[in-house]
Structure formats: C-alpha cells, structure tokens
Design a protein around this ligand. Structure first.
Ligand SMILES: [Zn+2]
Length: 277
C-alpha cells in the first residue's frame, strides 16, 4: 500500500477520522459551483492548507465552510474520492470524466491542484498515475506539459518533465511529432538534450527501469517527509483503463463479430506494449 492508504486505514485512525465533524467546501464559480462535504480530520491530516483553514477559527457548532472559487469541481471530486479511497482509482476517474476530457490532462491538473494546496501524498500518487498512464498508453498530450510547467520546478517536477520528454522522443509516432513548436521552449530544449544522449543514458531514464526499482522511483519523482522513506508499492496508483459497461457485457446475439473485434483490440494493445519494451 502507499503511504496514503496506510495513513487512512491503519490502526483504526480512519474510523476515528470519519466519526468527527464534517466541513463544507464550495468549489468553482458562476454556474459551475458544487458543494462537497468531507471529514475535517481527513482534510487537516492531508494538507497544511486545510489545517490552517479549518483549525481554530470556528466556534463550537458553527458550520465549517471553505470557498474555493478558483478550483475545478471535477478535480476536487477526484481529490475527495482519493481522500476516502486512500489511492487513485483510474477506472473511477475515467468513468466520472465520461470522455469529457483526456485522462492524462485531468491527472496533470490534479498534480497542480495538489501542489497548490500542499497535499503532498496526493501529488505523489498523481505523479505515479501519470507516469503509469504514459508507460501503458504512450506519450502524454501537449496540454499536460503546459499544465506541469505551472508548478515550481523542484527536482521531482524537473525529473517528471524529463521522463515525459524522453517518452515523447522515443515513442511518439512521427506523424504526431509535427506540431512541436507549440511546446514550451524549455521543454523542447530537454527533448534536444535527450536526442543527443547516448543510448545507455536513455535506458536508465525509461519508465520500466523506475517501475522495477521503487527506491529510485520515489527518489526521482516523489516528495517524502522522511527522505529515507519510500512507497511500499506503486500498484495502488497504477493506470488501469476503464472499460464501459456495454463493452464488459456485450450482446450475445453476434458472437462471431464480437470475437473478431476483441482480437483487434488485443492486437493493438500488444503492439502498444511492444513499443515500450
Ligand atoms: Zn514514494
């Protein structure tokens, strides 16, 4: 389990947290305002921002309310799901998005949100999810890079940009490389540097190398309060694609055509995996 899932489920602390007071958080502005309710103890434990906002300034019995009119309710919904589930559930996120935006862009915005609100464990889990997505599905889209450039470039964020650029250089199909000029100039500079590197250096930046080596992964991409501490697993926050219900339970009227369709899907998936080996 990750640090976050241990925190939420260990030694009865989660049960104690969810028996305490609840705060109301109003998220968004204009027509897109949504009100969320979450246990104060969980919010304060995960973030110094919420701790400062909720601790000590309310008389007993007074409604505890925070207004976040500069945040996206959909992103906040993913945060609340993480808060109670103790991990990111890619299938749940994709089901909630329902095709309204790309999964990788949503996760990039989640990283920005977590950084801004000092929710370190969510930021770690979201970075794991984004890299797992890229490892499985291929290079992320341009808006993801632009989004991550909003975050102050601490070492972990610089490393994240570097590995995303590396994936882009080595796995992007040539037909999709055409519009390179819309990337931030600093990102293009990273790409050029990677292109000029010897092959051995590239191998040591590949995602597979890090996924097989937890300590290196945590050192490179996560922020842990105790620097010696690492996540015990990355699988809780690994990307698993969402399969819509109609695909899970297809009609049995045309089994022959269905079988052909499934074969095609499997072949495409295998090809994609092959590109990353
Ligand atoms: Zn870690």
């Amino acid at each position: 389990m990750t640090d976050s899932s241990r925190r939420l489920r260990g030694a009865g602390s989660f049960r104690r947290s969810v028996s305490g007071p609840v705060a109301s958080i109003e998220v968004g502005d204009g027509l897109h305002v949504q009100e969320f309710f979450a246990h104060k103890s969980l919010l304060c434990d995960c973030s110094q921002y919420f701790k400062a906002a909720l601790d000590g300034h309310f008389a007993e019995g007074q409604k505890q309310k925070i207004v976040l009119d500069d945040e996206d309710p959909v992103i906040f919904g993913t945060f609340v799901a993480w808060l109670y589930q103790g991990q990111l559930d890619s299938q749940g996120v994709e089901a909630a998005l329902d095709g309204s935006e790309r999964f990788d862009y949503h996760i990039a915005k989640l990283i920005v949100f977590a950084d801004k609100r000092s929710i370190t464990e969510l930021e770690n889990d979201a970075i794991t999810m984004l890299l797992s997505f890229s490892h499985r599905a291929g290079p992320v889209e341009r808006r993801v890079v632009e989004c991550i450039y909003e975050i102050p470039h601490v070492l972990q964020i610089s490393n994240l940009l570097c590995v995303l650029a590396s994936e882009e250089v080595h796995f992007r199909q040539s037909s999709r490389m055409g519009n390179m000029t819309c990337y931030p100039p600093e990102y293009l500079a990273i790409m050029v540097r990677i292109l000029l590197e010897p092959v051995e250096s590239r191998i040591h930046r590949s995602l597979k190398f890090f996924i097989d080596d937890l300590a290196s992964f945590c050192n490179a991409y996560h922020t842990h309060q105790e620097s010696s501490k690492v996540c015990s697993s990355l699988t809780d926050n690994a990307y698993v694609p969402y399969v819509p219900p109609e695909t899970q339970r297809p009609s049995t009227k045309r089994p022959r055509i269905l079988a052909a369709g499934l074969t095609t899907v499997i072949n495409i998936s295998d090809d994609r995996e092959g590109e990353h080996r």
